[in-house]
Design a protein around this ligand. Structure first.
Ligand code: HEC
Length: 290
């Protein structure tokens, strides 16, 4: 195997390993930063939902309190307000999801699915948890789903969620006596479940890796061409000339001209040493001839 081939094999291996390592590291870093971005969007959605909740609770609800025996307007309920607003939001951003899932909900639409139920159980099991997250796959796309606990911290909630007798009659007429009752103060009854698409993460990570591989491959091609040119000019060509000359001299042919590589590198000093050996040999041979 020639020197050039050996050198190029080592160069190629180093390059492939280098590109693979750099791609893996950058994929990991980009994915991490994109997940942070997704978490930020989820925090924004939650802050919006909470703002709607507090507006409904403090500004809309009190307006209708007096008529609650004969008239119940779901529009004055925080959960109704948030899911109506998010239904509109969902039309523009169908890939994002918001749900106030409760194990025993007043509105059956708020019943949790399997994943939501398991997230709620985790939150109920450990009161110190501020949130739980899970990555789920739906129709081939990945979603980050984060659940934040809904805990009953105010007595006022129990006015409608303790027993049907305590709840406003007009509300019971509308929602029935079966669901959404027996909630306890301090109990985590459900969770705000918010999900956002991970496709942004996957696409961004893929894009970065492709750009990185293309950039590194370009650098490699440049290094390959330059080092091969240098190798030929500085090492291979002079060594080949010296070995041709040594071949002829070893056959007793001293007619080939001496080769002296200009410069001060190792190959130049080898060519000078070789010329000296050749002259000594020539002198010795001529003495034998005499
Ligand atoms: C005036 C009665 C009333 C009060 C007070 C009330 N809720 Fe509700 N709540 C309802 C009704 C009615 C629904 C169903 C709304 C719908 O149709 O989406 C509901 C729904 C919910 C939901 C969604 C899950 C479900 O049961 O469908 C949550 C969560 C919730 N309430 C939490 C609370 C909390 C926390 C408080 C106290 C801050 C509270 N509620 C106070 C009447 C009330």
């Amino acid at each position: 195997m020639g020197l050039r081939l050996k050198y190029n094999i080592v160069l190629l291996l180093t390059c492939v390993l280098g590109i693979a390592a750099a791609s893996a590291i950058s994929y990991f870093i980009v994915q991490k930063s994109a997940v942070n971005d997704i978490r930020q969007s989820i925090s924004l959605i939650r802050a919006n939902a909470n703002a709607i909740r507090s507006y409904t609770l403090n500004s809309v609800g009190p307006l209708l309190n007096d008529d609650s025996d004969i008239l119940f307007l779901p529009e004055t309920v925080t959960a109704f307000a948030t899911h109506t607003v998010f239904a509109n939001f969902h039309e523009q951003f169908p890939e994002f999801g918001y749900k106030e899932a409760v194990l025993d909900p007043t509105n059956p639409a708020d019943r949790p699915d399997k994943l939501e139920a398991s997230l709620i159980e985790q939150l109920r099991g450990d009161a110190s948890l501020k949130e739980v997250a899970s990555v789920v796959e739906k129709d081939g796309a990945r979603f980050l789903t984060v659940a934040f606990p809904i805990t009953i911290t105010q007595e006022g909630c129990l006015h409608c969620h303790s027993t049907p007798e305590a709840a406003p009659p007009a509300m019971v007429d509308l929602y029935g006596t079966k669901n959404g009752f027996n909630w306890q103060l301090g109990e985590t009854v459900g969770a705000q479940v918010i999900s956002a698409p991970m496709s942004i993460v996957d696409e961004r990570a893929k894009e970065t890796v492709i750009i990185l591989i293309a950039g590194l491959a370009l650098v490699f091609v440049f290094v390959f061409i330059m080092t091969n040119l240098m190798l030929g000019r500085i090492v291979l060509r002079p060594v080949r000339r010296m070995s041709d000359m040594a071949e002829k001299v070893s056959m007793g042919d001293f007619s080939t001209p001496e080769y002296s590589k200009p410069g001060k590198d190792e190959i130049s000093s080898l060519s000078a040493s070789f010329n000296r050996v050749r002259r000594s040999l020539e002198r010795a041979m001529s003495m034998i001839d005499v």
